[in-house]
Design a protein around this ligand. Structure first.
Ligand code: ADP
Ligand code: MG
Length: 773
C-alpha cells in the first residue's frame, strides 16, 4: 500500500464531503443506520469508508466547529489500513481518530482507543462524545475523573458495551486479566476484541512495554532459603565467583562449583535445584545490582521503599516481584514481608497483538520504525504537518560539567524571559527540575514546576505555558498530550522557547520535548544543553566521564559530543533488546494463556461435559497414580483413596495388587461405582453438568495460577547471561513446556479429586455452591 493509494482514498472522502455538506442535520444522522445496513448486506469497510469518513467529518464541523484538514483525513485513511501514523503535536490527532472510530463502530464490534494516562482518556472521551452521539453512537470513558477509583463489573460492562470506548492501556490490560479470572459467565464484562487505536503510541508500545503487568493474589508459602542464600552470597568475591554487566549478574564456573559444595548438590542447573538457583540469583541481584539510597531506602519503620530510577522519587507501596523484594529485605536484615503469588500476567505487546485490527498515532514514532515493524509488524506513516513547521531547532550545546550546563541554560532562559517570551524547560530527571527551580528562585524568576505527579493538575499548568512571561520547568513525561496555545502577541516574541537540560533516554523523548513548541505553524525554538554529568552518560560511561570530569585529561569537542551521544544510542539499543527479550518470553506464555483462557471460556459458556470426557480425565489420573507408584504400599493406597476418591474406604480394593494392571482395573471399577453414585445425587442432568464444570474450572484456575507464578519466577531466575552454551530464552521455553505438561497432569488429578470429594449445595436462589476438598 503506497502513500499515493492512501491519497486517492482521501480524495474519495473529499468528493463525498460535498454531498454531506448539503444534507440537513436529520439527513446526516440517518447516514449511520444507512451505512450499518450496507455492512449487513455485505458491503465492506473499504467500500463504505469514503461515505463514513465524510459523514463524521461533517458532524465534526457541525458539532465541534472543526472540519478535519486534508492531512488529518489522510492520517485517518492510513490508520484504517493498520498503520502507525506520525503527526506532530498539536496537529489534531484526537479529531483524526473520530474517523476510524466511527467507521469501525458501525460494525457493532468493540471499538477502543487507548492513550497514555487517565486524564487524556477522560478528556478526549468527553470532547468527542457530542459528535458520536450526534451520529447516534454511544461513547464512554473507561476511566473515571478520579484516578485510582475502581469500577464494579457492572460499570465496566456498561463501558465496554458502548459503541466506542476511550481508555488507558493499563486499564485495558488489567481488565483483560480480570475478565479471565471471573468465576461465572455473567461476571464477564469484555466483548471480543476487534479494533483498537493507540494514541501516544510510542509511549504505550515502547516506553511502557518492558515489564509485564501482573495481578497478585494469594500469599505464597514463605521460603526459608532467603537467609541461607543471602549468607552464601555475602561470602562471594566479584570476578572470581560472579560477574556483572549492565543489569545482569551471574555466577562464574568457579562460583557454581562453590555453590554446589555449599548447598550439597551435584548440579546447580538441574531443575530439582531450581529453588536454590532462583534464590541465589535473587540474593545476588539484591547484593550486587540494587544500591541503597539509589534504588531503595530503608525507612524508619524498617521497610524497604523503592526509588524511581529516573526521577529519584520514592515509590511507597511498590514492591519488587518474584521474590526480589524479600531477598532485598534479607540483605538489609529487616523483617521479610509476605510474598504474593502472581495469578495472571501479560505484556502490552501481546495484549495489542490480540486485536484483529490495531493502529496508532503519535507525534514521535518514526525513530522506532524498525522495532515497530519487527515486534508489531506495523508500518509507520509520517503525515506532513497542516502548516509548515516554523520552529527553529537550534544545535545542541555541549558542556563538560553540569555546573556549566545549568548556568548556560539559565542564561538562555533569562534572555528569553526578559523579552516576555514564554520558556518551557524540560529536564531528563526529576532532581534536575528541582535544581533548576532553585536557580530560578535565586534569580527571582516566578515559575511553575511539574514532575509527573498528577496528570489533571499538570495539564492545566502546561496548557498555560504559552502565556507571556511564563516559565515552566517540567520533566519529559509531564503533561504529555496537552496542547500549549500561545497567548496573543507571543508569536511576535518568537513563540515558545523549549530548553532541554540533559541528554534523554532516547531521541523520541527529545523530539517530544521539542514538539511542545511550534504547533500548527506557530513560531518557536528548541535547544538542548547536555553534559558529561547527565544521568545517561554517568550510567553508561561513568569511568570515562569521571576521568574528564576531574580535569586530569582535557577533552576535545569531538570526543565530548561523541561520548554524550553514544551514551544515548547504547541505552536505546539496550532498551530495544530488553523489549525484544520480554516479547520472546511472553510469546511462550501466550500460547499457554490462549489454550487456558479458551478452555475457561467454553466452561463459562456452559460447554457440555459428556461422560466420556470426564471419565477420560479420571482414568488418566488413576493411571498416572498407579504408574508413579510401582511398589505400592497399603497405607499409600488408603491415603490416595481418602484424599482423592472417597471419605469411606472400601476394603475390596484396598489390597495393593502385585500386578499394576490388575490394580488399575480394580481402581477403575471402584471409581465407576463412585461416579454413578455421585451423578445420582443430582435431580437434573443440567445440575450434574454444572457441578462438573465447576469442578473443572476450579482445578484449571488453581493449576494456572501455579503455572503463571512459576513462569514469572523462572524469568527472574534465568538471568544468567546468554552464552553459546546457555540460551536463556531456549531454556525458558523448554522449562515452560515441561511445566505446562506437569500442570495438565496436576489438573486431571485435581479435577478427579474435586469431582469425587466436592460437596455441592444449592442455595435458596438455585445457585450451586460447592465446598471443595
Ligand atoms: P495532538 O493530539 O495531535 O497533539 P490535539 O488533538 O490535542 O493535538 O489538537 C490540538 C488542537 O488543535 C486542539 O485544540 C484541537 O481542537 C485543534 N484542532 C485539531 N484539528 C483541528 C481542525 N481540523 N480545525 C481546527 N482546530 C483543530
Ligand atoms: Mg493528543
Amino acid at each position: 500500500m503506497t502513500n499515493r493509494y492512501f491519497m486517492n482514498i482521501a480524495e474519495k472522502v473529499k468528493s463525498c464531503a460535498r454531498r454531506m455538506a448539503g444534507l440537513s442535520d436529520k439527513q446526516l444522522q440517518t447516514v449511520t443506520n444507512n451505512l450499518k445496513s450496507q455492512l449487513k448486506s455485505g458491503r465492506t469497510l473499504d467500500q463504505i469508508l469514503p461515505e463514513a469518513y465524510a459523514a463524521i467529518c461533517e458532524a465534526d464541523r457541525r458539532v465541534l466547529g472543526k472540519y478535519p484538514y486534508d492531512n488529518q483525513i489522510y492520517g485517518a485513511v492510513a490508520m484504517h489500513h493498520g498503520c502507525l501514523v506520525e503527526m506532530n503535536t498539536g496537529e489534531g490527532k484526537t479529531l483524526t481518530a473520530t474517523m476510524p472510530l466511527y467507521l469501525h463502530a458501525l460494525t457493532g464490534k468493540s471499538t477502543i482507543l487507548v492513550t497514555a494516562n487517565e486524564y487524556l482518556a477522560y478528556r478526549d472521551a468527553a470532547q468527542m462524545r457530542p459528535v458520536f452521539s450526534f451520529m447516534g453512537l454511544t461513547e464512554r470513558a473507561g476511566v473515571t475523573r478520579h484516578p485510582g477509583q475502581t469500577l464494579t463489573n457492572d460499570q465496566k460492562r456498561k463501558n465496554y458495551s458502548a459503541d466506542i470506548l476511550y481508555t488507558t492501556h493499563g486499564t485495558l490490560a488489567f481488565d483483560y486479566l480480570l475478565n479471565n479470572l471471573v468465576r461465572r459467565a455473567e461476571d464477564r464484562f469484555l466483548r471480543d476484541f476487534y479494533f483498537i487505536i493507540i494514541d501516544e503510541a510510542d509511549s504505550v508500545l515502547l516506553d511502557g512495554a518492558q515489564m509485564p503487568l501482573v495481578i497478585s493474589g494469594s500469599p505464597r508459602v514463605q521460603s526459608n532459603l532467603y537467609e541461607m542464600t543471602d549468607f552464601f552470597v555475602s561470602t562471594l568475591k566479584e570476578d572470581r565467583d560472579y560477574l556483572t554487566e549492565d543489569k545482569a549478574v551471574w555466577l562464574t564456573d568457579h562460583g557454581v562449583a562453590y555453590a554446589e559444595r555449599f548447598f550439597g548438590i551435584s548440579d546447580y542447573y538441574d531443575h530439582r535445584n531450581f529453588e536454590i538457583n532462583r534464590h541465589v540469583t535473587l540474593a545476588l541481584r539484591a547484593h550486587v545490582l540494587l544500591k541503597r539510597q539509589e534504588d531503595y531506602l530503608v525507612s524508619d519503620q524498617d521497610e524497604i521503599v523503592l526509588l524511581d530510577n529516573d526521577t529519584g522519587r520514592s515509590l511507597p507501596g511498590m514492591k519488587l516481584r518474584g521474590g526480589e523484594h524479600q531477598a532485598l529485605e534479607q540483605k538489609e536484615h529487616v523483617p521479610l514481608t509476605q510474598e504474593q503469588r502472581s495469578v495472571a500476567s501479560i505484556t502490552y505487546q501481546n495484549l495489542f497483538l490480540m486485536f484483529p485490527k490495531m493502529c496508532g498515532m503519535s507525534g514521535t514514532i518514526s525513530n522506532a520504525r524498525q522495532e515497530l515493524r519487527s515486534v508489531y509488524h506495523k508500518r509507520v506513516v509520517v503525515v506532513p504537518p497542516h502548516k509548515k513547521l516554523r520552529r527553529v531547532d537550534r544545535k545542541d550545546r555541549y558542556f563538560v560539567t553540569a555546573q556549566e550546563q545549568f548556568k548556560a541554560a539559565l542564561e538562555e532562559t533569562l534572555k528569553c524571559h526578559r523579552k516576555g517570551q514564554p520558556v518551557l524547560i524540560v529536564t531528563a530527571t526529576i532532581q534536575d527540575t528541582q535544581i533548576f527551580s532553585h536557580m530560578l528562585v535565586e534569580r527571582s524568576v516566578p515559575h511553575s514546576v511539574l514532575n509527573a505527579d498528577n496528570a489533571y493538575w499538570e495539564a492545566e499548568i502546561i496548557a498555560a505555558a504559552g502565556m507571556r512571561n511564563a516559565v515552566t520547568v517540567s520533566t519529559g513525561m509531564a503533561g504529555r498530550g496537552t496542547d500549549i496555545k500561545l497567548e496573543e502577541g507571543v508569536a511576535g516574541l518568537g513563540g515558545l522557547a523549549v530548553i532541554g537540560i540533559g541528554r534523554m533516554e532516547n531521541l523520541r523523548l527529545e523530539r517530544q520535548a521539542r514538539g511542545r513548541s511550534g504547533r500548527q505553524g506557530d513560531p518557536g525554538s528548541s535547544q538542548f544543553f547536555v553534559s558529561l554529568e547527565d544521568d545517561i552518560v554517568m550510567t553508561m560511561y561513568s569511568e570515562k566521564a569521571e576521568e574528564y570530569l576531574d580535569r586530569s585529561r582535557p577533552i576535545s569537542p569531538w570526543k565530548l559530543r561523541h561520548l554524550i551521544n553514544s551514551a544515548q544510542k547504547t541505552r536505546e539499543e539496550q532498551s530495544i533488546s530488553t523489549r525484544e527479550q520480554s516479547v520472546r518470553y511472553d510469546k511462550i506464555l501466550r500460547r499457554q494463556r490462549e489454550i487456558l483462557y479458551g478452555a475457561r471460556n467454553r466452561l463459562l459458556d456452559r460447554a457440555q461435559i459428556d461422560r466420556e470426557t470426564m471419565w477420560g480425565i479420571i482414568n488418566d489420573a488413576l493411571t498416572s497414580f498407579v504408574k508413579s507408584h510401582p511398589d505400592l504400599q497399603e497405607h499409600e493406597l488408603t491415603r490416595y483413596v481418602l484424599d482423592n476418591l472417597s471419605y469411606e474406604i472400601d476394603p475390596e480394593i484396598l489390597t495393593p495388587h502385585k500386578d499394576p494392571n490388575e490394580l488399575l482395573r480394580r481402581m477403575q471399577q471402584y471409581a465407576a461405582k463412585l461416579y454413578d453414585r455421585k451423578i445420582d445425587i443430582f435431580d437434573h442432568q443440567e445440575q450434574a453438568q454444572d457441578y462438573m464444570r465447576q469442578c473443572i474450572l476450579r482445578a484449571l484456575d488453581d493449576g494456572w495460577v501455579e503455572e503463571v507464578d512459576y513462569l514469572q519466577q523462572l524469568q527472574y531466575a534465568i538471568t544468567t547471561r546468554g552464552t553459546a552454551q546457555r540460551n536463556p530464552v531456549f531454556e525458558y521455553s523448554r522449562e515452560a513446556y515441561h511445566s505446562f505438561e506437569d500442570m495438565k497432569e496436576t489438573m486431571k488429578k485435581n479435577i478427579t479429586r474435586n469431582f469425587f470429594l466436592g460437596d455441592p449445595e444449592t442455595d435458596a436462589n438455585g445457585q450451586m455452591n460447592i465446598i471443595f476438598p
